[in-house]
Design a protein around this ligand. Sequence first.
Ligand code: CA
Length: 233
Amino acid sequence: MAAEASILVVEDEKVISNFLRTVLAAHDYSVLHAATGSEAVSMAASYSPSLMLLDLGLPDIDGMHVLSSVRGWSDMPVIIVSARQDEYEKVAALDAGANDYVTKPFGNSELLARIRTALRQHDKMSGYRMESRFTSGGFVIDYVKRLVSVDHRDVHLTPIEYKIMVMLCRNAGKVLTHDAIIREIWGPFASDTQVLRVNMANIRRKIERNPADPQYILTEVGVGYRMTEADGD
Ligand code: CA
C-alpha cells in the first residue's frame, strides 16, 4: 500500500463518522471528514483524496449527486456506505461509477479489505499494467492464449462465457452489477438478466467444484457478481 493514502469520509451521523475515523487512522490512513454533500464535493476537489467513503443519505444533497459531481472530473475510488433498505440505490450508485459498497452495519475487516481492493485496482488502472494472465487458487485464465483452466484441467467456454470471465477477472475483487455486465457483453440496449443468469450457471458448472457453493465467482444478492481476488494480491 502506498504510504499515507488519504480517505475522505462523507457521513453525517457523528457516531459512525467517529468510528470510521478511528478505524482508518489506526490503519495509517490520513482521514478527512465531510458531514454534508456540498462539503464533500468541495473537499474532494481541494484535497483530491485517494478514496472517498460515501454515505448515500446526507442532509443537504443526495449522495448520488455527490458521486456524479465527483465523477465529472475525478476517477478516485468511491465506496458507498449504504443502509440495508437502500438496495436499489446501491445498484444505481455502482452503475453511476461507484467502485464498491459496504452495507451498515459492517465490520472493520470487511471495510478495510474493500478499501485496499479499491486502492489497488485504482493503482493498477493508472499504471496501465495489463496482466497477460490471472490466477486465483486453481483457476487460471490466459488472456493471450485465450485459455481457461481449473486445477490443470482445460475448461471449454463459449465465446460469450469467455467474455464474461475476462470482464470478471479484469475486475477481480470488485462487484459488477448485472446491468454493467449485460451492457458490456450484449451491448447498451440489452437488459435480459435471465440470459446472464443462464450463462453464469453454465460457467459455474464448468469452473466451480461445487456450483452451489462457488469459490471463484461470488454472488452479491440483488446486485451482481464478484470474482475472488488474484493470488498474491
Ligand atoms: Ca446518513
